[in-house]
Design a protein around this ligand. Structure first.
Ligand code: VGL
Ligand code: ZN
Length: 180
């Protein structure tokens, strides 16, 4: 029975100055670096889009595979990452959830490695963190969301609160980093 940390999309384009920069997106980095040691496995996801995708009908162009915008925030301690998931690689869907990664079957990886508990942090609360957390719950994984290590798009004011509420109602445990 192992405990893993899932770091969702802590990429330049989601941080202030990026093409889809979210408020305080960079503030999560220090908190996340401080958590890595507490886990058996550290897994990251990266939004990894083709140049043209239906996803860019809803969003500004961001995290195109291989560009600097798709790289991790430079301060993220990426040496500690055991597995890097790539998602959103298809041009016909959004691929928000880490469980939709295309370079590896993430659900199978977790089973094979006896991971029963997943702590989720990163960007963004109202999209990829949420979709990953809901998928995690639906796979029967004990799922925690680290509330001071996430940041939201908040296209509409309150989207962050609504997302947290939805995750909580689905069975996610909301936790602060100091209590881990
Ligand atoms: C995300 C919007 C568009 C995310 C990805 O990582 O939450 N949000 N693509
Ligand atoms: Zn995206």
């Amino acid at each position: 029975m192992k405990k893993a940390l899932l770091i969702v999309d802590v990429q330049n384009d989601f941080c202030p100055g990026g093409s889809l920069g979210v408020k305080d997106g960079d503030k999560v980095v220090e908190v996340i670096n401080g958590l890595m040691d507490k886990f058996d496995l550290v897994i990251s996801s990266q939004d990894w889009h083709p140049e043209e995708t239906v996803h860019f009908e809803k969003w500004p162009v961001h995290c195109v595979a291989g560009t600097s915008g798709a790289e991790f925030h430079p301060s993220l301690n990426s040496n500690n990452i055991d597995l890097r998931l790539k998602k959103g690689t298809d041009n016909k869907d959004d691929g928000y959830s880490a469980f939709e990664a295309t370079n590896i079957n993430f659900g199978e990886y977790l089973n094979n490695n006896r991971v029963t508990t997943l702590y989720i942090c990163g960007l963004t609360t109202d999209y990829c963190v949420k979709e990953s957390a809901l998928d995690s719950i639906s796979k029967g994984i004990h799922t925690y969301v680290v509330t001071d290590a996430i940041a939201a798009v908040n296209a509409k004011q309150g989207d962050d609160k609504e997302a947290l509420n939805e995750m909580y109602k689905s069975g996610c445990i909301l936790v602060e980093s100091k209590d881990i």
